[in-house]
Design a protein around this ligand. Structure first.
Ligand SMILES: Cc1cc2nc3c(=O)[nH]c(=O)nc-3n(C[C@H](O)[C@H](O)[C@H](O)COP(=O)(O)O)c2cc1C
Ligand SMILES: CC(C)CC(=O)C(=O)O
Length: 377
């Protein structure tokens, strides 16, 4: 039985090739930001209200006019077939069954069109979004946007934190640079004649700039979210350039190491956008309490990356379904314990930075019995 998100990781690691486990778990350089993301949630405290709950709690959200049953999105992760033979098909079916928005990675090992067909065939109609690395060759970018649009994706998540590929030193040590034979980045196949869907086709370009965002804005009417904006000034610029939302993300600590935890940046980013666009946060979300903290501080939703890969590796579609159920239950339970009848009741006063410290005053009498308050002289 898997009782926590962490249990999925333990179970997955027992079965997975350690090279693939490292690919999932790893981050850039010293992985300081990887650890910071989770630690930031642990440092914040919840301060619940009492005697004001309700028998049932509303967990649904609406983003860009689309409903989802949970404020938890599946952040884009590459290469699902590395860990499960059905790959993104399994993830997408599980997401749709749970009513959760999945952001399909541009580097998926099942084509986004096929993912959409599988979900439709299962009779579910939950929005899917597509993650895009803008390619310096704009024709290629346009072709990718067309593929996503034709597949019925209802938003584009444009990753902007990757002017160069993050330095995943675990992958370097393991010699993991490529998909194994038989697996391809299916969205990249035949974008130009004869292109075979090689990972190296993805150009990470340091020459991208805001004009590329303007260009993208001009070729699509889909909502555009930027993923990886961390500086408040860039958040302001994003709004000015007509972006519809932000996915506040440090790529799970896989790009620039030592950037702050996303949770710590949330208040500044929210202040910068002044409520004009929704802000979704990912990085280190592992518990229902984490979801509540991010939403109470003002995030519109959160995303999860690694937990989905672990659950997929552990149990395929069923694994991801169980993961989402688990998080749903934890979220519902946390809301109840906070005296909230729905997400709308999550307000910043429910979250505190710890103020606890040594109580100033006289030192305890040596040898005094501390158990019954007989300490203070
Ligand atoms: C194995 C793996 C693959 C990823 N692939 C992508 C990707 O293709 N595109 C992207 O924008 N982000 C990618 N990310 C980053 C995630 O979208 C997300 O920002 C991050 O995983 C969130 O942190 P978490 O793993 O702590 O939940 C990847 C992350 C992991 C762990
Ligand atoms: C480089 C991509 C193919 C995948 C990615 O963004 C990641 O592994 O973090």
């Amino acid at each position: 039985m898997r009782y926590t998100v962490h249990d999925f990781e333990i179970a997955a690691r027992a079965e997975l090739d350690p090279v693939y486990a490292d690919f999932i778990a790893g981050g850039a350089r010293d992985e300081i930001t990887v650890r910071a993301n989770e630690a930031a949630f642990g440092r914040l405290q919840l301060l619940p209200r009492v005697l004001r709950g309700s028998a049932e709690r509303e967990l649904g959200i609406s983003l860009f006019g689309h409903r989802a049953s949970l404020p938890i999105l599946i952040s884009p992760t590459a290469f699902h077939k590395l860990v499960d033979p059905e790959g993104e098909l399994a993830t997408a079916r599980a997401a749709a069954a749970a009513g959760v928005i999945m952001i399909v990675s541009m580097a998926s090992t099942v084509a986004v069109g096929q993912v959409a067909d599988a979900v439709r065939a299962a009779g579910d109609d939950v929005p899917r979004w597509f993650q895009l690395y803008i390619q310096p060759d704009l024709e290629i970018t346009e072709a990718l946007v067309r593929r996503a649009t034709d597949a019925g994706c209802s938003a584009l998540v444009v990753t902007v934190d990757s002017p160069v590929l993050g330095a995943g030193e675990r992958n370097r040590r393991n010699g993991f640079h490529d998909l194994p034979p038989g697996l391809r980045c299916e969205n990249l196949v035949d974008l130009r004649d004869g292109e075979r869907g090689h990972v190296r086709q993805i150009a990470m370009s340091p020459e991208l700039n805001w004009e590329h965002v303007d260009w993208l804005r001009g070729i699509t009417s889909l909502p555009i979210l930027l993923k990886g904006v961390l500086h408040p000034e860039d958040a302001r610029l994003a709004v000015r350039h007509g972006v519809d939302g932000l996915l506040l993300s440090n790529h799970g600590g896989r790009q620039l190491d030592t950037v702050p935890a996303t949770l710590e940046l949330l208040p500044e980013i929210l202040a910068a956008v002044e409520g004009r666009v929704p802000v979704v946060l990912d990085g280190g979300v592992r518990r229902g309490t984490d979801v509540v903290k991010a939403l109470a501080l003002g995030a519109s939703a959160v995303g999860i990356g690694r937990p989905v890969m672990w659950a997929l590796a552990e149990g395929g579609e069923k694994g991801v379904r169980r993961l989402l159920e688990l998080l749903r239950d934890e979220l519902d339970d946390t809301l109840a314990l906070c005296g909230a009848s729905g997400l709308a009741d999550l307000t910043p006063d429910l979250v505190r930075v710890p103020t606890w410290g040594p109580v100033p005053g006289p030192a305890p009498t040596p040898g005094a019995d501390r158990r019954f308050g007989g300490v203070v002289a």
